[in-house]
Design a binder for this molecule. Sequence first.
Ligand code: ADP
Ligand code: MG
Length: 549
Amino acid sequence: LAIMERFEFKAEVKELLNLVINSLYSHKEIFLRELISNASDAIDKARYLSLTNTELNLAGTEWKIQIVPDKDAKTLKVIDNGVGMNREEAINNLGTIAKSGTKDFIETLKKAKETGDINLIGQFGVGFYSAFMVAEKIEVISKKIGEEKAIKWRSTANGSFEIEDAEKEGYGTTVILYIKEEDKEFLDEWRIKQIVKKYSDYIGYPIVLSTTKDGKVKEETLNSMQAIWLKSKSEIKPEEYNEFYKHISHDFNDPLETIHYKVEGTNEFTALLFIPSKKPFDIYYKSPKFGPALYVNKVQIMDACEDLVPPYLRFVKGVVDSSDLPLNVSREMLQNNRQVANINKNITKKVLDTLKGMKKNDPEKYKKFFVEFGNVLKEGIHTDFERREEIASLMIFNTLNNRDKMIDLDTYVENFKDGQEEIYYIVGRSVEELINSPQLEYFKTKGIDVILFTGEFDEIIIGGLFEYKGKKLKSVTKGDIKIKDDDVKDIKEKEESYRPLLDRIKEDLKEDLQDVKASARLTDSLCCLVMDENAMDESMRRLFESMGQ
Ligand code: ADP
Ligand code: MG
């Protein structure tokens, strides 16, 4: 019994389809990269099953991706013998956008529309839907490994799709594109070869072009199939690194930094890691999917292994290939695996060292990094006790005396005024807002520098740092500051002469204030509010408020 069902695309899919078709037209060719990438992912999963589940009898399968253009029928087929999809999976995977945060997604879409910034769209991995740029109709015939029935999915991108039962011989997926008249270049052999070479050369399975001439089928493998991370650095061109990055990250931008290295010895592994140039929209979500992909001897075990990096380095993308791990490790086993913990430690050090080098040798680039990911990195000050000082040394910020330039803690300390013993800072929403704080008047007259922190969680994070290389960090909005200064010495005398006034104010405002004191901090303003040493700071209060507490 063949059941045919029709479904409406979810609203966000419709919006995405529209956007993709209308904004990415100058990048049409990427549709093939996306389909090949999906085929490769599906084979990764099938291959993993073949090694871990012998009952499925998949050993000896010749994994491959086939591309079949047909100029007469005006169709282009992309065929894989990967894991396949059943009815339910096809409905979910090809009918919704299975990414976290639909609300933010819609917001980002709108922004992308306004600014025409395709990079924003790229963050969502337009993936499968990009094929509608060149196809008026798409059919997907798929049979999931281990299941009896095949299904056929079909859509013309007009708001709905249909699914029905279908016949299919082997496992895997066949995607059939009915190519638009104006896009028939994508049926040309040379064009297909060109695109595959450009974007998909490193794919680990043969991408075979099948053409029929005079009734004879010709097959040609188009890619070199080398796992890029196992090649030596000198053999890899920057463009190849960049394409590989785009493949694994679904990002349209080139990465900001590429880290490729190999560790030998008892705990062997190869890592090819990337620091993106833009932060993904969901970097602050509590999404469980982060970390490099984990491979064991070129077989993908997990596409995002969060045990490989600490959460404060969750922006790092890439691949880690280890030969020492067993193939069928489960997620639970990874969490308690000593080798994985060692790799994590090693990668953490490597990434932090790389950032240190970038900060020293290419400050402009480092600034770009820090603007995007600085707030994520800073979480490490709070969570990685062992490395808190190292991570703190990687912070850059504006200060009272460096409003147009970002400096670091070491530079701040080097520029201490005579008699200064502590590191002063203030936290707020923006540099502009902060420089007018009355709390800074004293520091301005004395020429003492104050760090202007503007990160959303800086109050908590910096508040928890306490000291850096033996120097105390002091918030200028809290408690007493410790400066050897003659002005401060006679403040006690002044306070006595003003005692009646101070007492009067204190009496009048006793509901709202703990104490009223004379201060050497002010030069222009009459008064300012100062927090008790242990009190929650203004921005901390805002943070808790925004969290609904
Ligand atoms: P992404 O690859 O980023 O997940 P896509 O839009 O490219 O997004 O694909 C959506 C989903 O559809 C995939 O995650 C996968 O579950 C499924 N899919 C697409 N193509 C295939 C395929 N050839 N074989 C199996 N599943 C596929
Ligand atoms: Mg994809």
